[in-house]
Design a protein around this ligand. Structure first.
Ligand code: PBG
Length: 333
């Protein structure tokens, strides 16, 4: 008898919706999404961000209303990014740990109004330094490691005191996770989680974010390559992640997202810890630009891009599409 080809018909399982559903290996849920939000001083303030169409900076009162809506959509957590007026920035970034600062105030207001919404704060000095770098500088403009950590500790403690559920150091100083963990423990904040931006690359995809928080024009030295990682490296990310876990991180993060999904996969395979990825501002902007041109279909591409994070091993995704994706999921349920 003549041989019959093909031996294996992979298309058999793809023929019907029900078989495709049954064999789907990954699924996106609103519970996977963390929404980064930009916070303004004042009341009833709302500002568009030119390079991030559809994303707005909001004053705390409006953010509280927004948070109620996000909570109802099933989004488990927000990541706060304060927009600091120029007159409150300084060389020493003391506004970062002001107990009455904008981030601290926003945490208190959000936890009071929507207690079940997880609140994540950014621990890094760039919104507060006049030079836009994430740490303190010496005379040569080099970002000082250990001196910066002393300020990050105060900042993280002020967030914990305000009621932040998770502090997220995004500064890439060496040893900061251990130092912050020790400080939290010794001040009684034993249940404050640390989400470490462990593998954070010196990426060019952060441009729109720097617009959004107003640190764009003024980064002294022009880049952050002396502390953020080289996009050429993968083994180095594994070492960074291992250190942060050993120092006490509860969760680790890879950033940016889509161009770095190989790092997400390595992280999940090697460490099996709660793993997050950040689809950053530049990824949002380039998607959005193509949607606005009609070059890509908005809803289906958003959902595909987020599902790709899950497939790569991410437990959760920080994304500016969080609200829209949650709305799509709720509608299509
Ligand atoms: C700063 C910080 C940055 C982002 C999150 N925290 C920018 C930077 O490192 O320059 C970027 C987020 C985004 O691009 O969406 N510590």
């Amino acid at each position: 008898m003549a041989e019959i080809y093909p031996h294996t018909r992979m298309r058999r399982m793809r023929r019907h919706i029900f078989t495709r559903d049954l064999m789907a290996e990954h699924q996106l849920s609103a519970k996977d999404l963390i929404y980064p939000v930009f916070v303004l001083e004042g009341k009833n303030q709302r500002e568009a961000i030119e390079s991030m169409p559809g994303v707005e900076r909001l004053s705390v009162d409006l953010l509280v209303e927004e948070a109620k809506e996000l909570h109802a959509l099933g989004i488990p957590a927000l990541a706060l990014f304060p927009v600091t007026p120029l007159e409150r920035k300084s060389e020493c970034a003391s506004e970062a740990f002001n107990p009455d600062g904008l981030a601290q105030h926003a945490v208190r207001a959000l936890k009071a109004a929507v207690p079940d919404m997880g609140i994540i704060t950014d621990v890094a000095l760039d919104p507060f330094t006049s030079h836009g770098q994430d740490g303190l500088l010496n005379e040569e403009g080099y970002v000082l490691n250990d001196e910066t950590i002393e300020v990050l500790i105060k900042q993280a403690l002020s967030h914990a005191q305000a009621g932040a559920d998770i502090v997220a150091p995004s500064d890439m100083m060496d040893g900061r996770i251990g130092a912050i963990r020790q400080a939290l423990e010794s001040h009684g904040y034993i249940n404050t989680c640390i989400m470490a931006y462990s593998a954070k690359y010196a990426s060019n995809y952060y441009g729109p974010f720097r617009d959004a928080v107003g640190s764009a024009g003024n980064i002294k030295g022009g880049n952050k390559k002396s502390y953020q990682m080289d996009p050429a490296n993968s083994n180095e990310a594994v070492r960074e992640i291992a250190l942060d876990i050993a120092e006490g991180a509860d969760m680790v993060m890879v950033k940016p997202g889509m161009p770095y999904l190989d790092i997400v996969r390595r992280c999940k395979d090697e460490f099996a810890v709660p793993t997050f990825a950040y689809q950053v501002s530049g990824e949002y902007a380039m998607h959005k630009a193509a949607f606005m041109q009609g070059w890509l279909d908005e809803e289906s591409v958003i959902m595909e891009s987020l599902l790709a994070f899950k497939r790569a091993g991410a437990d959760g995704i920080l994304t500016y599409f969080a609200k829209q994706a949650a709305q799509i999921l709720a509608r299509d349920k």
